[in-house]
Design a protein around this ligand. Structure first.
Ligand SMILES: C[S@@+](CC[C@H](N)C(=O)[O-])C[C@H]1O[C@@H](n2cnc3c(N)ncnc32)[C@H](O)[C@@H]1O
Length: 276
């Protein structure tokens, strides 16, 4: 059984490893072990089988957008908040400064394993700065994160990724995080996110996900955050460049696959905003 929400990162990574051609993440398999495979299988059984492909597709989308941004802005940096076991620094050109934010447990394990993978020649060395923050819902930790990101970024262009994490953050945390990012980023910089629209709460699958988080991630009194499309359209300091849904992504990146009917798919939409 997972020990907390930080273990969600192992499950999502296991999903990516099941479809490496679609996720375009050949490194996800490096992190696999029997225990995490078992968690991933149980999650898909409890919540819904379409969750596997949905997580794989979102990774592919963000990787494509990140590569396009870096091709147009080669001096940019990547900031990945709630990075988990994603491998973006190894999927983009070498030399791009990368900063990954996650819990102390996740960061410590990832650093140790990356050092092993690099020593074994399984991964090349990459310049990654790790910032551990156990609870970004704590306003003091969020302020510290924003101060550290400002210093680390040092005026460089950036893409900030929030993939699969807003669900776990309070609305006030999300608002303060985006306001803080708007004060750090410059015109043309990007924030890319995933979140559920409030309508998704009506689905039985959403209730199963909340129930799974309460039991398996041990999130007592868990109250997930959902965001309407207008939240992004009205975000101060940003213009909404792109809004995608997993059904569009399936047609684009995996036309041979089937997600199923909308009732059997948890639609975590994807948003790309540009700093104005
Ligand atoms: C579902 S995982 C997604 C990981 C990665 N972005 C991916 O797509 O594979 C959510 C991540 O957010 C992190 N996270 C969730 N709530 C958090 C919080 N309150 N403070 C810091 N990190 C948090 C977890 O540790 C986990 O790595």
């Amino acid at each position: 059984m997972p020990t907390g929400v930080h273990d969600s990162a192992f499950i999502v990574n296991a999903f990516r490893a099941r479809h490496p051609q679609i996720s375009a993440d050949p490194h996800a398999a490096l992190w696999l072990c029997e225990r995490h495979e078992h968690w991933a299988t149980r999650y898909a059984q409890q919540v819904g089988q379409s969750e596997v492909l949905v997580h794989v597709l979102r990774h592919r989308f963000f990787l494509e957008r990140l590569k396009a941004f870096l091709a147009a802005t080669p001096d940019a940096a990547l900031i990945n908040i709630g990075a988990g076991f994603t491998s973006y620094p190894y999927l983009i050109p070498p030399g791009i400064p990368c900063c990954e934010v996650d819990t102390t447990l996740t960061v410590a394990f990832k650093q140790q394993k990356l050092a092993e993978f690099e020593a074994q020649g399984l991964l090349p060395a990459r310049p990654i700065t790790f910032l551990p923050f156990d609870d970004l819902n704590d306003p003091a930790q969020l302020s510290r994160l924003l101060a550290q990101l400002r210093t680390w970024l040092d005026g460089r262009p950036s893409l900030v990724l929030l993939e699969g994490v807003l669900f776990y953050l309070n609305l006030s945390t999300i608002e303060n995080l985006l306001a803080g990012l708007a004060s750090i980023q410059a015109t043309g910089d990007i924030v890319a996110t995933t979140s559920f629209r409030p309508e998704e709460c009506q689905k039985a699958m959403f209730l199963r996900l909340v129930s799974y988080c309460t039991t398996d991630y041990q999130q007592a009194h868990f109250s997930p955050t959902t965001l309407p499309n207008r939240f992004y359209r009205q975000q101060r300091g940003y213009a909404l460049l792109e809004h995608r849904n997993c059904f569009d992504l399936q047609r684009t990146y995996a036309p041979q696959e089937h997600l199923g009917v909308a009732e059997d798919v948890l639609e975590e939409d994807l948003y790309v905003m540009q700093c104005t």
